[in-house]
Design a protein around this ligand. Structure first.
Ligand code: UDX
Length: 460
């Protein structure tokens, strides 16, 4: 009830996501956490990949019209699109914030405490400074990968960029245990654009009033300690967001999850199923797709595969599969376009998660105690995969060529091999730590308390 009193006083927080699934989900989860602490919530968003307001009747939503159309957005990659948003949204956001901070609006809706925004939207620091509202950043990725991003200028100075394949097995001197092959890259027509974007968003984070992480102290303590030394702004690791028990579970999915896979899982043996999903952006070639398909079939383990339409370059969905493949699969495999991933990872039948190691997937796997087969593609994914396999030791990397025999071997090793028990034990330990950190007195619980106090002390 304390929360309702506070909401009555009109402590409003405005939040803005970067319009990609892996970024929208944690931002909306954070908004729900802050709502549970008594704040009123306004979500400002692009029209492209707009969140569904009907899933959040307790929030207000404000689209930034005129900033970016769906058609424009579909033509460029994620880095380019983020750049476009950083330019095009300046004016619409300025107008929107000016309105929300206006005397009449504040009288009607209550005062605004702060603006919380995805780190990738670096342009917002300038806008917030201009309109006079404190800016807190949400970094949706892990702290360990952020530390690497923050080291980009140093890595360039030391000759690690552009990444040279001939040096791939070399350990990066300042960032062990990373090797050159684990450094983040983004396959783009302009690799320099990724470097510039990262440097900009790290710089603007340093000017913010604080950085929130969807991670927890026990998982990334060394990276968080280092970040506290290098950054003078407060750091709040208050994750894992999706494990907070909050009233009402609102959907954050842009695609509709196919829940029929849960009844299929119900029929499988405990810890027997390999769940396969490469998130919302990664695309693969037809050749890679076929190797994955045959590798899964030949492993003889049951599998659930979420194949997002458009995952296979040049195909709409499953066209490259040889005729008869699906019919012969019988009960051994189940394919959906989009899975209810959190529910799947929780299911007792799931024994491994073959993932691209997007941060949300990595964290969700850790929280459910599911060992991982790591196949990172771009950006932070390689770093997350390295931590999963070599630091936390909760997974195995598919390092060699993506080939059916290799896939079969890795699946067997993770499900049945000598290492399997040790990996399972490690991930169960982390799962336990993830549970404890959210309980009263736990690390994330305490950091959330200090974040709430900090927000209440901010004035726009
Ligand atoms: C992107 C980047 O690829 C990633 O590197 C970065 O860390 C976050 O942004 P994405 O590729 O979408 O993320 O992966 P991830 O971070 O794992 O997020 C995917 C989300 O979609 C997860 O929350 C997952 O539960 C959900 N999902 C995925 C489903 O609900 N169903 C599916 O079938 C697949």
């Amino acid at each position: 009830m304390e929360e309702e009193k506070q909401r009555g006083k009109g402590n409003r927080i405005i939040l803005m996501p970067s319009p990609f699934q892996g970024h929208i989900t944690p931002l909306l989860q954070l908004a729900n956490i802050l709502y549970s602490k008594g704040f009123s919530i306004t979500i400002v968003h692009t029209v492209f990949n707009s969140p569904d307001p009907s899933s959040y009747p307790h929030f207000s939503f404000l689209p930034l019209h005129g900033a970016l159309s769906e058609t424009e957005a579909s033509k460029v990659d994620a880095v380019h699109l983020t750049e476009v948003i950083n330019v095009r949204c300046v004016q619409p956001l300025k107008e929107c914030l000016t309105l929300l901070l206006s005397h009449d609006k504040v009288k009607e809706d209550g005062c605004v405490s702060c603006f919380i925004v995805d780190a990738a939207l670096y342009f917002t620091q300038g806008v917030c400074d201009e309109v006079g509202v404190p800016r807190i950043v949400l970094r949706t990725g892990g702290a360990s990968s952020f530390l690497v991003f923050a080291s980009f200028p140093l890595l360039r100075e030391k000759g690690y960029f552009p990444v040279q394949e001939s040096r791939s097995e070399e350990v990066v001197v300042d960032l062990p245990p990373l090797k050159v092959k684990d450094l983040p890259v983004f396959q783009s027509k302009e690799p320099e654009a990724f470097y510039k974007l990262v440097c900009r968003f790290v710089d603007e984070c340093k000017k913010s009033s604080g950085i929130i992480w969807n991670t927890f102290e026990e998982l990334e303590s060394s990276a968080l300690t280092k970040l506290r030394q290098d950054f003078s702004v407060p750091i709040y690791p208050i994750g894992p967001f999706h494990k907070y028990s909050l009233a009402g579970s609102n959907s954050t999915s842009l695609l509709t999850p196919d829940k029929t896979c849960i009844s299929w899982l119900d029929k499988q043996e405990q810890k027997s199923v390999v769940y396969v999903s490469f998130g919302s952006i990664v695309a693969i070639s037809e050749e890679e797709f076929l190797e994955i398909a045959w590798g899964l079939v030949n492993s003889n383990q049951p599998f659930l595969w979420a194949i997002r339409p458009g995952t296979i370059r040049g195909s709409e969905w499953l066209e490259p599969l040889p005729s008869g493949f699906l019919e012969n699969l019988g009960k051994r495999g189940y394919i959906v376009k989009w899975a209810p991933q959190e529910q799947v990872l929780k299911h007792p039948a799931v024994g491994a998660f073959w993932t691209h190691n997007g941060w949300n997937s990595t964290l969700e796997s850790v929280c459910e105690g599911v060992p991982m087969i790591c196949m990172p593609s771009f950006g932070d994914q390689k770093i997350n995969a390295k931590y999963a396999s070599d630091v936390w030791k909760v997974g195995l990397q598919l390092e060699n060529k993506l080939e059916r025999g290799e896939i079969e071997k890795v699946i067997r090793k993770l499900m049945l091999g000598d290492e399997a028990n040790e990996i399972r034990e490690n991930v169960m330990n982390l799962k336990e730590k993830a549970n404890v950190c959210l309980k009263k007195g736990g690390s994330s619980y305490c950091f959330l308390d200090s974040l709430v106090s900090e927000i209440l002390s901010l004035k726009s």
